[in-house]
Design a protein around this ligand. Structure first.
Ligand SMILES: *Cc1c(COP(=O)(O)O)cnc(C)c1O
Length: 331
């Protein structure tokens, strides 16, 4: 189905800005670095999940749901934004939290966890890493059914073909901004997690024949596995939207900046978060954009980009989780 024909709610009033990071570029002695400010999308605290939720929540409403059910890690930005969308739409929201790091859930933790409570999560069910997450969400949907209610299950990260439409649309937005601003980027860089953002951008750029390589920086999985996940979702999203399928070779998801594992701090992440904050006044996050920016910085230092390159880093948000990592990040 054409994207324009899909039901869609609007949570961000205007295109998010594209800005030049001059001081960071100078500090690194590298190519021009620009940033797409998708940390400034709408809903509580913003971030990439807002774009996916425009399509997912519209679908939930069209199907008559009264409750959103979703899953995420213990500091999930996706869960925060799903709660915010639910509150905004007058829906209820139930969360399943996966302890990807054993014992990492603390009821009183700060950051997004605190916001889960503030934004009014109806229930929070904590499960061990590696549990069957869709089964846990189905259980919630069944409980609602028994109460005469109707749940709508949103997969982790909002990453299915419908959610990925948010980033097909974002790719078009970026290309429109390039056209208007006379910006000719040579490279795009983005964090790659549950894959909806990476896959959506890939489909959108590919459909427009943008001809600019998109480099994903993994936050969780080994390269081959993540590239497989991204490509699979890109094929589904392309088929869903009636757009051409991106080639497997166009999927790049580097894994050198994952470190010891998902959400576990690395020195490179800490450096990236501090550099963006102190040189540009831009807040990254420790789990996604901090590691993706560490990848960007690492690639620059490695001479990956040409001297006259113009690189666009897609900032996918996440700053609210900084408050759960105060001890790691304070000087
Ligand atoms: C979820 C998330 C990502 C990763 O996006 P996916 O679509 O899951 O790959 C990147 N940055 C932030 C801040 C996120 O919350």
């Amino acid at each position: 189905m054409k994207i324009e024909a899909l039901p869609r709610r609007r949570y961000t009033p205007a295109p998010t800005p594209i800005q030049k990071l001059e001081k960071l570029s100078r500090h690194l002695g590298g190519p021009e670095i620009w940033i797409k400010r998708d940390d400034l999308t709408g809903l509580a605290g913003g971030g990439n999940k807002t774009r996916k939720l425009e399509f997912l929540v519209a679908d939930a409403i069209a199907k008559g749901a009264d409750t959103l059910i979703t899953v995420g890690a213990v500091q999930s930005n996706h869960c925060r934004l799903t709660l915010a969308a639910a509150a905004h739409e007058g829906l209820k929201c139930r969360l399943v939290l996966e302890q990807r790091v054993a014992g990492s859930y603390r009821k009183e933790a700060s950051g997004n966890n605190f916001l889960f409570d503030l934004l009014g999560a109806e229930t929070i069910t904590v499960v061990d890493g590696g549990s069957d997450l869709s089964a846990a969400m189905t259980t919630e949907a069944d409980k609602l059914k028994a109460l005469g209610r109707k749940g709508y299950v949103i997969p982790g990260g909002g990453s299915n073909a419908l959610g990925a439409m948010g980033y097909v649309v974002c790719a078009r937005e970026i290309l429109d901004q390039c056209m208007e601003g006379g910006l000719a980027f040579t490279d795009f860089v983005v964090a790659s997690g549950s894959a909806g953002t990476h896959a959506g951008l890939l489909v959108g750029f590919n459909a427009a024949n943008a001809g600019v390589p998109l480099t994903g920086v993994n936050v969780r999985r080994p390269r081959a596995e993540q590239e497989g996940n991204v490509h699979k979702l890109a094929l589904e999203a392309a088929a869903f939207a009636g757009l051409p399928a991106p080639a497997r070779e166009s999927v790049v998801a580097l894994d050198e900046w994952v470190g010891p594992g998902y959400s576990i701090p690395t020195d490179e992440m800490v450096e990236a978060v501090r550099l963006f904050a102190r040189l540009e006044g831009v807040l990254l996050d420790p789990v996604y954009t901090g590691k993706a920016a560490a990848g960007l910085i690492g690639l620059i230092r490695r001479g990956h980009f040409k001297a006259d390159a113009k690189v666009l880093f897609v900032h996918t948000g996440g700053a609210p989780s900084l408050f759960a990592y105060q001890r790691t990040l304070a000087s």
